[in-house]
Design a protein around this ligand. Structure first.
Ligand SMILES: Nc1ncnc2c1ncn2[C@@H]1O[C@H](COP(=O)(O)OP(=O)(O)O)[C@@H](O)[C@H]1O
Ligand SMILES: [Mg+2]
Length: 476
């Protein structure tokens, strides 16, 4: 059922009534003024016809009884005729009344006549007016004095009729518009809304996809877009579900694997103490391999944690944080890698220290890995990574730069996409993805900076203001 008061069509119905009535008021003003002028002119003409006859036949004053009859017949109190400059009183009551208003019908503009009409309508009744005007094309002028009661009564009747008529017109228009709008807009919109509701209740049910019609109207186009969107959404949903199932399985396996590896790590740590030269030669390799495996599983697990805690932002000293990163990286002094820190000791950043640590650690570790692979034979190659940072207004900008070989093509093309970006053996391609996610959770940005020389440069910008990771994930 269309709703008469709250629905779109109902509101349009009432608006149409109001608008048509408004238009009718505009039309009413000139038309009631015209009606009044015609009324007065009629009176003047009738009196003029009688007046000319009387004037021609009876040079003397009319007998009293004839005067009274004439006045009664024309509804006036006085009739005078002006001819060749002289004015003749044709008929008049004994005591001619005091005149309140005067109207010259020969010379009246539309605005004045509208004003006069309103005046009569609102303030008239019992007032005496003198009305005069030329008779036809002649030079003669006829003049009447009468009360405005009859005029006002006729005007009121006319107004009432106009009002009823406008009401009927506006209602008919409004109902037609109401029906048309209902048919052309409301019904299709309802169909769209209903389909959206049903679809959102169970988005994986293909039978709930909207069936759009083929017409070219705007709503039909919207309907076709809705259909496409729903179909697309269902496909994505199916994919997502498969991926989620897969992810769950992987993360379970991964979790157990990490525990197994952790015990293997514990045990193999003891191998270092064994004197056997055989064991001594392969123990470090074994340790590194297990370390790598542990790192791999931990990273995958970190990514799989769909609900990473929202950042708990504090003011932290960036220089200290970078020092910790440097410590944990434990760069082999023999590798010849310089670690340059260009951060003012008092530079503060508003961030979750654990998360920002992971971001910087990920980027630095990548840089160190890249530098370590840089032409191991050649000792003259510069192996330097630089962390610099500065605060610009409320944003802290951190740059991590290295003189390594630069991002490989594969990594560049799949920058920040999970599992695809890795271009090194044993890499997961998750480091940058996780870094980006954490930075975005801080409402920050992370970008690979194009630089002219060789090497890689990442820039992170972190503004002072918290935002939750859930929010970001919901947005993403
Ligand atoms: N500083 C860098 N210099 C050269 N290549 C880099 C650098 N940082 C990242 N990369 C490339 O980007 C890839 C993706 O990095 P990342 O997301 O951390 O995954 P992972 O380290 O597990 O491979 C790396 O495999 C590497 O090839
Ligand atoms: Mg990495």
């Amino acid at each position: 059922m269309p709703r008469l008061f709250s629905g779109l069509s109902g509101r349009l119905l009432w608006l149409t009534v109001v608008f048509v009535m408004l238009a009718e008021i505009l039309i009413f003003m000139p038309s009631v003024a015209g009606m009044r002028m015609n009324w007065l002119r009629d009176r003047l003409d009738t009196a003029a016809a009688a007046g000319i006859v009387i004037d021609g036949l009876q040079p003397a004053e009319l007998p009293r009884a004839v005067q009274d009859d004439t006045l009664l017949a024309t509804g006036t109190k006085l009739i005078a005729l002006k001819k060749d400059g002289t004015s003749r009183l044709l008929a008049a009551v004994d005591v001619p009344p005091q005149v309140d208003d005067q109207y010259d019908l020969a010379d009246i503009s539309m605005p004045t006549s509208m004003k006069d009409a309103l005046n009569t309508l609102f303030f008239g009744g019992g007032r005496v007016m003198r009305v005069y005007g030329p008779i036809g094309e002649s030079e003669m002028i006829i003049e009447l004095v009468m009360t405005d009661d009859a005029l006002r009564k006729d005007m009121l009747r006319y107004s009432k009729m106009m009002f009823v008529l406008s009401l009927v017109i506006s209602l008919i228009t409004a109902i037609l518009i109401f029906l048309a709008i209902n048919r052309m807009m409301i019904l299709p919109i309802r169909r769209l809304t209903l389909s959206m509701r049903k679809f959102s209740e169970q988005p994986d049910d293909p039978s709930r996809v909207f069936t759009a019609d083929k017409s070219r109207g705007e709503l039909a186009v919207a309907g076709r877009f809705l259909t496409n969107m729903q179909v697309e959404l269902q496909r994505t949903l199916r994919q997502q579900k498969n991926l989620a199932d897969l992810g769950l399985a992987v993360s379970k396996i991964n979790h157990d694997m990490r525990n197994i590896l952790a015990s293997a790590q514990l045990m193999s740590d003891r191998l270092v103490d064994v004197e056997d030269p055989m064991v001594r030669s392969f123990a470090p390799k074994l340790l590194r391999t297990i370390d790598r495996a542990v790192g791999y599983t931990s990273e995958v697990l970190a990514y799989g944690q769909a609900s990473e805690a929202a950042p708990r932002r504090r003011r932290i000293r960036l220089a200290d944080l970078c020092q910790e990163v440097r410590d944990i990286l434990a760069i082999d002094p023999e590798a010849g890698i310089e670690f340059v820190e260009q951060i003012a000791a008092d530079l503060e950043v508003e961030a979750d220290s654990e998360q920002l640590f992971r971001v910087i650690h990920n980027l630095c570790r990548n840089a160190v890995q890249a530098l370590a692979n840089l032409d191991p034979e050649d000792a003259t190659v510069v192996r330097r990574m630089t962390i610099s940072a500065q605060r610009i207004g409320s944003v802290v900008s951190i740059t991590i730069d290295d003189t390594g070989p630069g991002m490989p093509r594969k990594a560049r093309e799949n920058l920040f996409s999970a599992f695809r970006g890795s271009a090194r053996s044993g890499g997961t391609g998750l480091g940058l993805v996780i870094a980006r996610e954490l930075v975005l959770a801080h409402s920050g940005t992370i970008a690979l900076v194009e630089k002219p020389g060789p090497g890689t440069q990442f820039r992170i910008e972190i503004p002072d203001r918290p935002v939750s990771l859930e929010d970001y994930r919901a947005r993403a």
